[in-house]
Design a protein around this ligand. Structure first.
Ligand SMILES: [Zn+2]
Length: 84
């Protein structure tokens, strides 16, 4: 399951160690969809095939936290079953 880290905390030792597990993967930077908001998350653990759907899911989650963005880590769960 993909996991995302708020961009400003990815350098913290606590999270850097965890993120190292994903080092083979290229993170996907996902910006808060709210216009003018600078907050973004780095998403790890996704695959090329599910990158787009996970990005969309993560954007929804990020927007729910706007404007506070207090979560340092967000798991990227699927909220609803998407027809394939
Ligand atoms: Zn925001």
């Amino acid at each position: 399951m993909p996991k995302s880290y708020r961009t400003d905390i990815t350098g913290k030792p606590k999270f850097a160690e965890e993120i190292q597990h994903y080092k083979k993967a290229t993170p996907e930077r996902v910006q808060c969809p709210s216009p003018g908001c600078e907050c973004s998350y780095e998403m790890y653990g996704h695959t090329a095939a599910d990158r787009e759907s996970n990005t969309a899911t993560l954007k929804e989650r990020i927007l729910r936290e706007h404007p506070d963005h207090t979560s340092e880590v967000l798991a990227v769960n699927q909220f609803r079953k998407r027809p394939r």
